[in-house]
Ligand binder design. Structure first.
Ligand SMILES: *Cc1c(COP(=O)(O)O)cnc(C)c1O
Length: 474
């Protein structure tokens, strides 16, 4: 995925025009920009009715700008699609690891989605947001699923307190939960079993094998032993199965195959007296970062998965399980952009021109980690034609700290606002303080209003946890 050839784009305006190929009801994951993106009378990019340059003046730079409409639209499209295509119960749960904070939890919850959390910290964030919204403990318990391949005892105890469903990953966890369950005895522990189904999909290709080299979940050949064990523990309420096969997936077949394989395993549970009524097919639907990305729409993806699961159930004479999907990227990815201020410029004749911005790998580690591609525009020069090819560099002390290679941009000046699209997923949540850069603020925009949802870190925040032992001062 290292194609760095730029597509001809004449201006930011032209880019916006082709960003939304579908008319009518665009699927957020297929849009290159947030759904509310437009150009205002100042020739400046606007998201959620807010001018990007003004936002940066007001909230500082760099800045994550989250479009509420795009996030809500994605949530609704998942819910509506399951309601129209799947004839059993269903639940859509947000994979919080994409980006978890109180405001996002509250928006996603208000759209009727639940949550997948993978750590005590994500669980705590979700819990606090839902409590503040007035959810009862019973409602909270029903909305949360707890993942992880090495949950600590502390995390498991917190999960039991909350009463959420625990997605059990391995033998140690099964045994620990059994012990914890025997101590309480008053209620059973709701669990799902995570399996590694031999279907893996990471970019544009997928593989099917008998066994997968993965640190997550039980191998299919352990299924008999696990089912036997679980059926003997009265404190465990095993409700079903889970699998997650990868991320940024553009094909529909892998999840449909997964639905079929897992339906067979649900059926197999009957031999052990287990009533497995939940099927969690994970997340992974991709989004459009560049013009070359071609994911199916949310609607299309849900339709395919629903039909595959129903068909498999019909052929096994199995009632339709509660079908759960746990998307992360395709809910929040396209809803956010990051605004930076352009600074220095370095021209290497006949080789390359670098333009540096005031952030980089600390607020968006995806390019340096996964060679991920992004598209950018200059927010305050949207109608100006692209006249040069530049490479956008971050400000970190790493040569690899490059946000975008070979981007077509108009002539820029220091102080211009560079906007990177599609930064909602795995940007803020993966952000670091590398080089002791304070993490940027995040604002939520809607109808011309901007609200701070994550404060910018300060230098004092950076030394808050530091301790200076007395003896170093003598
Ligand atoms: C990461 C992850 C997800 C979400 O993946 P996306 O590609 O962001 O949709 C869902 N479930 C599990 C178990 C995951 O690890």
């Amino acid at each position: 995925m290292l194609s760095t050839e730029p597509r001809k784009s004449h201006s930011g305006k032209d880019y916006l025009k082709k960003a939304n190929l579908e008319q009518g009801k665009p699927s957020p994951n297929q849009s290159l920009v947030p759904l509310t993106a437009k150009i205002n009378h100042r020739d400046c990019l606007e998201i959620g009715g807010c001018d990007l340059k003004t936002l940066i003046e007001q909230f500082g730079s760099p800045l994550y700008v989250l479009d509420e409409i795009t996030l809500r639209t994605a949530c609704r499209q998942y819910r509506e699609a399951f309601n129209s295509y799947y004839q059993g119960n269903s639940q859509v749960i947000y994979a919080s690891k994409a980006w978890s904070c109180l405001a996002i939890v509250s928006i996603v919850a208000s759209e009727g989605l639940g949550f997948d959390v993978v750590s005590g910290g994500e669980l705590y964030t979700t819990l606090k947001a839902l409590e503040t919204m007035g959810y009862t403990p019973e409602q909270i318990a029903q909305q949360i699923y707890f993942h992880g391949n090495n949950k600590s005892l502390e995390e498991l105890k917190l999960a039991l307190e909350v009463g959420c469903t625990i997605i059990v990953d391995n033998w140690l966890e099964l045994e620990t939960l059994t012990q914890l369950g025997k101590q309480t005895e008053t209620k059973t522990i709701p669990i799902l079993l995570r399996l590694t189904p031999g279907i893996e999909c990471h970019t544009h290709e997928y593989i099917r094998t008998g066994h997968l080299d993965s640190k997550f979940g039980f191998d299919p050949n352990q299924l008999d032993a696990v089912f036997t064990y679980v059926s003997q523990q009265s404190c465990l309420d095993c409700r079903g199965l889970h699998a997650h096969i990868g991320s940024q997936i553009f094909e529909e077949q892998p999840h449909q195959d997964l639905g079929e394989v897992m339906t067979e395993w649900l059926k197999k549970g009957q031999n052990y007296g287990l009533v497995l009524s939940e099927l969690n097919i994970g997340g992974g639907l991709g989004i459009r970062y560049t013009e070359d990305d071609d994911p199916p729409s949310i609607d299309q993806w849900v339709k395919g998965v629903s039909q595959a699961v129903m068909k498999a159930c019909d052929s096994h004479q199995l009632p339709y399980p509660k079908l759960i999907a746990e998307p992360g990227r395709s809910l929040v990815g396209s809803a956010c952009v990051t605004g930076y201020t352009i600074g220095s410029r370095k021209e290497i004749p006949e080789l390359r021109t670098y333009i540096a911005v005031d952030g980089g790998m600390s607020d968006n580690p995806r390019p340096i980690t996964y060679q991920s591609l992004y598209r950018v525009v200059v927010a305050n020069r949207m109608s100006e034609p692209s006249t040069e090819t530049v490479t956008i560099a971050g400000k970190h002390c790493e040569s690899g700290d490059i946000l975008v290679k070979n981007s077509q941009l108009p002539q820029t000046q220091p102080g211009d606002i560079l906007v990177v699209m599609g930064t909602g997923a795995y940007n803020h949540s993966m952000a670091s303080n590398y080089n002791r850069l304070p993490r940027p603020a995040a604002v939520l925009v809607k109808d011309g209003e901007a609200n701070l949802i994550v404060e910018r870190e300060t230098y004092d925040d950076l030394i808050r946890q530091d301790q200076l032992p007395e003896r170093l001062l003598s």
